[in-house]
Design a protein around this ligand. Structure first.
Ligand code: ARG
Length: 470
């Protein structure tokens, strides 16, 4: 059987293999809402430009409503012989309303149609990810506020570096996810041009109004070059790039969650809700959700690479290669959405163990920098020299098997005689944290100030969020 849609010059139908490699309906049916919205806008424009009659437009509109119903209620029959979502819907429309359906494709091609549907789909995903990321930020902020005074070791090289607070550490992620929202919002701005009406690649000789369809579909404007409109998949690449980086951020948090709830650390615990048991070792509580979030960048970065490789060297305008653009984007969007949801769940679920965090500060000399800073501030020593003296005192404490605040004043004075008892005030972790009041520092009051500011900067108190900093 030849295709009733494009089979005019064909005398026989495609081979089964041709149909198998060609059909995209199994995955592009996810764009049915967008396809229907695009067709409705196109029909409205054709009618108001006098290209089809109002009666035809009405029939098309009613038929599309019925199709929407059939698809959402599960009664629509998708057919691989009809290749994709566009032809499945158009064919069904013809069954329902007859002749008017065959006028719908005037001044349009599947090339601008698919580009329009896909943009609308990615735009909706960006909007829902923005809401989800804002929710994750709110959850992190709530936990950070709870733990603005909870001391823990800050690490570099995963070696104890300086004392920080748990709230301060969590707020670092609020910044990352804020930038991720900003990148998605940037991508959305460039995405928001309408390809509809570009037709196959060259525009159309019908007196269309592309501004009207753009406006009906919530686009800012029609794309300015018809050939670019059908060839461009930048929006999908930009979405994947932003998604990949967001997934990378989330995997860093996931890895920290894995570390924090490991036996060596025990800084947090996750409840039954976010852990699994082992089939052989009854004592186990595995952080599987965190591990899966840690792994998600694999497929998302894979999708980004995959699409870049599909597009590389592809001549203008449309090539069927471009049908390979969707699955990776769909998969990445799903992966990111579930990763954000699981991360939000784990952050809300985790129970902090301040005693274990505090105990971890007992080793690793986390206030060695504070000792050096004291030597600079109180004794006027150049920092490089102070670093050296502080290092010698650390070596002494290490030898004696105590922490810096466990040393006697006399021990320190044996290394640097000008040291006075004032040093004892700076060697505790509490002092080290509360003194770090520089903008963005870890002092509890500073963390609280930045929390208040983040709520405003990331528009987290309003219900409307747009991913942009105010
Ligand atoms: N299913 C196709 C895709 O996803 C739709 C566009 C087909 N256009 C064409 N000229 N064959 O890209």
């Amino acid at each position: 059987m030849t295709s009733s849609i494009w089979g005019g010059r064909f005398s026989s139908g495609p081979s089964e293999l041709m149909q198998d490699i060609n059909a995209s309906i199994d995955f592009d049916k996810r764009m049915f809402r967008q396809d229907i919205a695009g067709s409705k806008a196109h029909a409205a424009m054709l009618a108001s430009c006098g290209i089809i009659s109002d009666a035809d437009r009405q029939a098309i509109d009613d038929g599309l409503d019925q199709i929407l119903n059939e698809i959402t209620s599960g009664t629509f029959t998708f057919s691989a012989a009809l290749e994709d979502i566009h032809m499945n819907i158009e064919s069904r429309l013809a069954e329902i309303v007859g002749e008017p359906a065959r006028r719908l494709h005037t001044a349009r091609s599947r090339n601008d149609q698919v580009a329009t549907d896909f943009r609308l789909w990615v735009r909706e995903v960006i909007d829902s990810l923005d809401v989800a990321l804002a929710d994750l930020q709110r959850t992190l902020i709530a936990r950070a506020a709870e733990h603005a005074d909870t001391l823990m070791p800050g690490y570099t090289h995963l070696q104890t570096a300086q004392p920080v607070t748990f709230g301060f550490h969590l707020m670092a992620y609020v910044e990352m996810f804020g930038r991720d929202r900003g990148r998605l919002a940037d991508a959305r701005k460039r995405l928001n041009e309408s390809p509809l009406g570009a037709a196959a690649l060259a525009g159309t000789s019908f007196p269309t109004n592309r501004n009207q369809t753009a406006e009906l579909l919530g686009f800012d404007r029609p794309s300015a070059n018809a050939m670019d409109a059908v060839s461009d998949r930048d929006f999908a690449v930009e979405f994947l790039a932003a998604a990949a980086l967001c997934a990378v951020h989330m995997s860093r948090l996931a890895e920290e969650i894995v570390i924090w709830c490991s036996d060596g650390f025990k800084f947090i615990s996750l409840s039954d809700a976010f852990t699994t048991g082992s089939s052989i070792m009854p004592q186990k509580r595995n952080p599987d959700a965190a591990e899966l979030v840690r792994a998600k960048p694999g497929r998302i970065i894979g999708s980004l690479n995959g699409l870049l490789i599909v597009l590389k060297g592809l001549p203008l305008a449309y090539g069927k290669d471009m049908q390979e653009d969707k699955e990776g984007v769909f998969d990445a969007a799903d992966a990111l959405a579930i990763a954000i949801a699981a991360t939000t769940g784990m952050v809300a679920d985790m129970t902090a163990n301040p005693a274990a965090m505090r105990a971890a500060l007992a080793s690793g000399f986390p206030t060695a920098t504070d000792l050096a800073d004291y030597l600079v501030r109180d004794l006027g020593m150049p920092f490089r020299e102070a670093h050296h003296v502080s290092g010698a005192i650390v070596a002494l404490a290490s030898e004696k098997g105590c922490d810096l605040d466990g040393l006697d004043l006399a021990d320190m004075q044996a290394i640097e005689p000008r040291i006075t008892s004032a040093v004892l005030d700076v060697l505790t972790c509490e002092a080290a944290v509360s003194m770090r009041t520089s903008f963005g520092g870890t002092a509890p009051d500073e963390v609280r100030a930045r929390i208040a500011d983040a709520r405003i900067r990331f528009a987290l108190d309003s219900n409307i969020s747009n991913g942009e900093s105010s």
